[in-house]
Design a protein around this ligand. Structure first.
Ligand code: SAH
Length: 356
């Protein structure tokens, strides 16, 4: 077992779900092979280069919307193996003014993944800046891209009981971790969503403090600089009760309390919370819409058709079409994944969010 986890359990005989998830994921992303076909999960940019290429064009268009600033920050949160940034920069090179204006910032707390990102991205000859965690964004126009980042950030959970709301966590029993609850405070409960129906015993709610910390950073900057943050993730669009805490191990769902630090722990993103945050802060909010809809609106079908004309190998043609299907089809990633874009209020609506 992870030594930090053991220490916490020995000291308090309880670990909040949030702290458990944080400890496990810090270990997990530092270990070999998490993302990709051989790892535990596969992400959109790892499925098809089309994903990153379309986002590269989207970034160029957003930069144009901002009045083509001579210098802007392109910030990726949780870049994984660097594949998405690679595909975006690859396309952006065809738009030299935008490519040259972009200063690259990568937020990554895994030293191992930073190493891979560095290797993947050197060929662009641009200086790259890495950040460990939440940081105040630099004072310049900016575009943030976060694909499957917020789902990896630790959540807090509460469970409704006959005695009111309790915080969920884990305890050690017979050498095994088990879910448990403890009393909580009104202050702690304040940030959780408020669904329209009354809770019943067993109802659960989730809150992701780190996501809100990031939203606050965006808000502060978007009030003084043109900025946009495009967030893509799996999640829900209405405040509701539910437990979305999950583990993936070798592409299969697993018990999140097993194999601490060796499997991918995530929770669904509450897009309704992001939308409400934008409304409260006076930001422009586009979406959420489904990933399938977004990719179609930014031209995935036309791009795939063009690529098909260039490909000669039948197997490659099939591979391309399979990739597009996985990214857009309702029964694959097309519906579960959502896209939302927060921006400074004066900017026009971003590409991909206009009703077709
Ligand atoms: N965006 C990538 C990878 C998603 S996996 C893709 O689409 O393929 C999540 C990424 O976020 C990993 O790079 C992981 O190391 C990073 N990450 C997770 N928690 C983090 C945290 N608290 N701070 C910074 N980076 C984090």
């Amino acid at each position: 077992m992870l030594s930090e986890l053991k220490t916490q359990l020995e000291k308090n005989n309880f670990i909040p779900l949030h702290d458990y998830m944080a400890l496990c994921n810090a270990r997990y992303y530092g270990a070999e092979k998490s993302i990709g076909a051989e790892g535990d999960f596969i992400t959109a940019p790892e499925i098809s280069q089309i994903f990153g290429e379309l986002l590269g064009v989207w970034v160029v268009q957003r930069w144009q919307d901002m009045g083509k600033p001579g210098h802007f920050h392109l910030i990726e949160l949780g870049p994984g193996r660097g594949t998405l940034m690679f595909d975006m920069l690859h396309v952006m090179r065809q738009f030299p003014a935008a490519f040259d204006a972009a200063e690259i910032h990568l937020v990554e707390n895994s030293p191992r993944l930073r190493g891979i990102q560095k290797e993947t991205l050197t060929e662009f000859g641009k200086s790259m800046h890495w950040h460990d965690a939440l940081h105040p964004l630099p004072d310049a126009p900016f575009i943030v891209i976060a694909n499957e980042f917020f789902d990896a950030l630790p959540i807090q959970q509460i469970v409704y009981s006959m005695n009111g709301w309790l915080e969920r966590g884990a305890v050690m029993k017979n050498n095994k971790l088990e879910y448990a609850t403890r009393e909580t405070t009104d202050e702690f409960l304040k940030s959780f969503p408020k669904p329209s129906t009354a809770p019943v015993p067993g109802s659960m709610l989730e809150h992701c403090p780190a996501m809100h910390a990031w939203l606050n950073v965006f808000l502060t900057r978007m009030q003084s600089q043109p900025g946009s943050a495009l967030i893509i993730d799996y999640g829900y669009t209405h405040h509701d009760y539910g437990d979305t805490f999950q583990a993936l191990y070798h592409h299969q769902f697993a018990d999140p309390l097993e194999r601490a630090g060796e499997q991918d722990l995530t929770a669904h993103v509450n897009f309704a919370a992001i939308r409400d945050f934008a409304a409260r802060g006076g930001l422009q909010c586009a979406g959420p819409i489904t990933q399938g809809e977004f990719l179609k609106r930014i031209g995935i079908e036309i791009r795939a058709q063009k690529l098909l004309e260039k490909i000669t190998e039948p197997a490659d043609k099939i591979g391309l079409m399979e990739g597009v299907h996985r990214l857009t089809a309702g029964e694959e990633m097309g519906t579960l994944f959502k896209v939302i874009c927060l921006s400074s209020p004066e900017l026009p609506m971003p590409e991909g969010f206009h009703a077709s």
